[in-house]
Design a binder for this molecule. Structure first.
Ligand SMILES: [Fe+2]
Ligand SMILES: [Fe+2]
Length: 254
């Protein structure tokens, strides 16, 4: 599928495109390290939040422990700076079948989609490390930007609405990432541009998976709720932001 075809549903899902001011800032050489480090963290967060969703809502204790063990070497690398990133591909394996907990109304479908998503995000995480290594960029810890928090604070506090809201927010984060990779690709060197384009396919599917799951779980029309989050998302993207990151708003100086 062509890039334009992949992007078409994403562009209609998002209320606005990334402003040129953000793209101009993001392609500056001096910002490459912040973009890649933030991207790296986003991949880990994507894996973590998908894992959080199935651990909280869908699976038994034993499966939950297996999931945590899977994520551990990736987290240890970032949070404890331990381990060799080159070993990660051999650790991106779930050794056990993950099964729904008894009485869970969330079925195998949610679990299978999320497990697949986690595996892909962890693979992306490794790929970003590989690129950082090639470009001589050292990991350093950075603070998260306002973007995800800005949406998550509107998540309802009761179930199943909270779960549905989190899935919608997940869909927006995936869709925006996808749109930004496509925006950046023509302006960066070939190695990085090819990598960004290679990410489009899976991130486009991730956004659709989140959305399909939200619809499936709610069992009713969630159009209004999607519209609600689309406005919040667009506001975060289109308003001035002093903290330049992968998902930040219009860059302004402090
Ligand atoms: Fe990803
Ligand atoms: Fe993703």
């Amino acid at each position: 599928m062509s890039t334009a075809k992949l992007l078409a549903p994403i562009l209609s899902f998002l209320q606005c495109e990334t402003p040129d001011e953000w793209v101009d800032e993001a392609v500056k050489k001096e910002n490459l390290s912040i973009i890649l480090i933030d991207h790296l963290i986003c991949e880990l967060k994507a894996a973590q939040s998908a894992m959080f969703l199935i651990r909280k809502y869908a699976i038994d204790k034993e499966s939950s422990d297996a999931l945590l063990a899977w994520l551990k070497p990736f987290e240890t690398l970032i949070y404890n700076r331990e381990g060799d990133w080159r070993d990660l591909p051999s650790k991106n394996n779930l050794t056990k079948a993950v099964i729904p907990k008894s009485g869970s109304k969330y079925g195998q479908d949610l679990i299978d989609k999320m497990v697949m998503l986690i595996k892909e995000e962890l693979h992306h995480f490794y790929q970003v490390l590989e690129i950082m290594n090639e470009y001589g960029i050292e990991y350093k810890s950075i603070t998260p930007c306002r973007y995800a928090k800005g949406m998550l604070r509107h998540v309802k506090t009761f179930e199943p609405d909270a779960m549905i809201d989190k899935l919608i927010v997940g869909a927006y984060i995936e869709a925006r990432s996808c749109e930004r990779f496509a925006k950046l690709a023509p302006h960066v060197d070939k190695r990085l541009g090819d990598f960004y384009i290679s990410l489009l396919r899976s991130e486009a599917r991730h956004y659709q998976d989140y959305l399909a799951l939200a619809t499936e779980i709610s069992g009713c029309d969630i159009t209004e709720r999607i519209k609600f989050f689309s406005k919040i998302e667009a506001e975060l993207i289109q308003s001035p932001d002093t903290d330049f990151k992968f998902h930040s708003g219009i860059p302004v100086k402090n």
